[in-house]
Design a protein around this ligand. Structure first.
Ligand code: FE2
Length: 198
């Protein structure tokens, strides 16, 4: 990866963003359950066929941009509610290369620090990136601390596409049997199959 974090302007078109917005809105209108957590409220679609398909579609382009051959592990679209925030955190190893796309026609600054422990040392080397609709922030979410201050908008949608290096140990669809399964299936580490919800 050329730099730890960078902004890729106009990664998605306005039409692609609108498609994703409409899709999420229809899911919510049809009963998608809202999550209520310590860091706010949101609706989410994780490993959904639409967003996994988006991640698969852009796998080659992401590989070209990063100059690393990558493989999609999973994707997630969230519709955040005003007041939601993200404390400094790093993601799991399935998020070796993350592409965070601003979907709503607004923005929500994403802060980064390359420190090992910003909560203990205080934040230094802060870098803030402000993606507009369709823009994507590329970063190593499993290595780089990142976070967001409370959302000021009433609602905001974004999508994260998570990739790992192709053929690496974590190139396993985040343990799923297939992409687009909305995390309803899981592979055993030894290659056997079983159902989560059975
Ligand atoms: Fe994260």
């Amino acid at each position: 990866m050329k730099k730890n974090v960078f902004l890729q302007k106009s990664f998605l078109s306005p039409q692609e963003c609108e498609l994703c917005e409409n899709y999420m809105d229809m899911k919510i209108a049809n009963g998608l359950k809202q999550h209520k957590t310590a860091h706010g409220k949101f609706w989410q679609l994780q490993g959904d066929p639409l967003t996994d398909a988006l991640g698969k579609t852009y796998e080659n382009l992401v590989s070209q941009i990063l100059d690393v051959e990558v493989s999609l592990t999973y994707s997630i679209m969230r519709n955040w509610v005003k007041g939601a925030f993200l404390n400094w955190h790093r993601n799991k190893w399935e998020c070796e290369y993350t592409v965070s796309i601003q979907i709503s026609d607004s923005s929500w600054p994403l802060g980064f620090t390359d420190q090992d422990s910003p909560k203990i040392e205080g934040v230094q080397n802060l870098e803030v990136i402000n993606a507009l609709q369709g823009d994507a922030v590329f970063f190593k979410a499993c290595e780089l601390y990142h976070g967001r201050r409370p959302l000021k908008d009433q609602f905001l949608k974004n999508i994260s596409l998570h990739y790992v290096e192709k053929g690496s140990y974590n190139d396993n669809l985040h343990g799923r049997r297939a992409l687009g399964d909305s995390f309803q299936t899981l592979n055993k580490p030894n290659g056997g199959h079983w159902e989560i919800n059975a």
